[in-house]
Design a protein around this ligand. Structure first.
Ligand SMILES: [Cu+2]
Length: 178
């Protein structure tokens, strides 16, 4: 942040195309999200929205989204099970004050939802965290979230967690019914 209150971040866009950038912050404990479109010149082919997926693999990590039935406007329990090399992942580290960060983007307009794991002490770090219910006692490789999807449709989920000092991002596509 400079003296005039303008925040700047250096960013490398990996390929030509259209991007949506989100600035996610709190002012006096009220979360705000601002978005802008970025254009990286060059030729590119638009891709269809990814098909529904409940498993993602990032090198030898595997993250599985356990069967959630998602209804618009109702809090849904999302449980992510993380494994590494075939066994349960232990030692998930805190990243930006939480055990993980889940961002959902709605197909079409890229409406943005950001939630933290159930029972997170930190509830207002960034983004609209909604409806946290603390279950407690989840195994260390399970990251439970409660999210309320506002409308029916398809959403892309990005789950970020930190392990062995590195932030990993797993990606899923889910359908929310009316
Ligand atoms: Cu977060």
């Amino acid at each position: 942040m400079d003296g005039a209150g303008t925040w700047t971040v250096a960013l490398v866009l990996p390929a030509a195309g259209v991007y949506r950038a989100f600035a996610d912050f709190s002012v006096e404990d009220t979360p705000h999200t601002l978005a802008t479109d970025l254009f990286a010149s060059g030729s590119f082919e638009p891709r269809p929205f990814p098909a529904s997926t409940s498993v993602d693999r990032i090198s030898d990590y595997e993250v599985r989204l356990a069967g959630a039935s998602l209804t618009a406007g109702e809090p849904a329990a999302l449980r992510f099970l993380a494994n590494k090399g075939g066994s349960e992942l232990t030692g998930i580290e805190n990243y930006l004050g939480a055990k993980g960060h889940l961002v959902a983007l709605r197909e079409g307009d890229l409406a943005f939802l950001h939630v933290h794991p159930d029972g997170s002490a930190h509830d207002n770090g960034h983004g609209p965290a909604e409806g946290h219910s603390s279950e407690g006692g989840a195994p260390p490789n399970v990251i439970p979230y409660t999210a309320t999807f506002p409308t029916a449709g398809r959403y892309l989920l990005f789950l970020q967690f930190k392990h062995a000092g590195q932030v990993r991002t797993a990606q899923f596509t889910v359908s929310v019914t009316r």
